[in-house]
Design a protein around this ligand. Structure first.
Ligand code: 21W
Length: 230
């Protein structure tokens, strides 16, 4: 997998991908990261990447030319998808992450503070993805969320223990409660069933707790799970 990220803040992407799972995946050669700054593709001497909106109004708009030229400078692999991080996109889900994990190359466009000139969309025709209904200052954190989530699905990123299939959202339910030593802390005891060594009972307990938690906290996921089980 190769990620090509277009951003006016390349350090944000480079810094984060040096940590945690992303660092491990990067070192294991699971993915390659290439960061491109549209500012390097500007044609005026002030390296201008944005301008005021036609028709007036507040804010600035990202100019088409630096983004499109930066995009066209990327050498395209065999099996590529282009994503635009945008508050107007479809909300990112585990299903979308699985769909993205099969590509050889993901090109990601990030904006910052402002809107994209509509012709960027018309020319590049990206799939637009959001990370939820709240306002951020830019697409960099969403791009990192997407790359982190996709990296976890690739072979060689996770160990056996932390298998991606066992994750919450892969089975459609929230996780059951976890406990570790000691058996009692401030008078709070670990449920007996987890100590009796009966793995059938333990699995059943955990499944029931997952259901209970999902029903209480995420009735939307619970309804979907129940519907899919019949
Ligand atoms: C926030 C961009 C608000 C645009 C015209 C001129 C990417 C994001 C973002 C941002 C506006 C995502 C405007 C969840 C997010 C992102 C920055 C509104 C202002 N219009 N997922 N200026 N939330 N956010 N337009 O904010 O780029 S994915």
């Amino acid at each position: 997998m190769r990620f090509d990220v277009l951003t006016l803040f390349p350090e944000m992407i480079e810094q984060f991908s040096n940590f945690s799972i992303m660092k491990r995946a990067n070192e294991n050669g699971v993915f390659e990261l290439n960061v491109i700054n549209p500012r390097d593709y500007t044609e005026d001497k002030h390296k201008k990447v944005d301008d005021t909106p036609y028709g007036g109004g507040a804010g600035m708009v990202l100019m088409a030319q630096p983004y499109v030229d930066a995009y066209e400078s990327i050498d395209a692999a065999e099996n590529t998808i282009t994503i635009m991080m945008s508050p107007q996109g479809e909300p990112l889900t585990d299903k979308i992450v699985n769909e993205l994990a099969v590509f050889n190359q993901i090109i990601i466009l990030c904006g910052h503070y402002e809107g994209y000139d509509e012709r960027i969309r018309e020319i590049i025709r990206p799939r637009e993805i959001s990370v939820g209904d709240f306002v951020l200052t830019g697409g960099e954190l969403p791009a990192l969320c997407l790359m982190d989530a996709v990296s976890r699905k690739l072979d060689g990123t996770l160990g056996k223990i932390e298998s991606a299939e066992e994750d919450s959202f892969s089975n459609g339910l929230l996780e059951y409660p976890h406990y570790t030593k000691p058996r009692e802390y401030r008078g709070l005891k670990v449920p007996d069933v987890l100590l009796n060594g009966n793995h059938k009972m333990i699995d059943e307990f955990r499944y029931q707790e997952s259901l209970r938690r999902t029903k209480e906290r995420r009735p939307d996921l619970y309804e979907k799970f129940i519907r899919n089980s019949f």
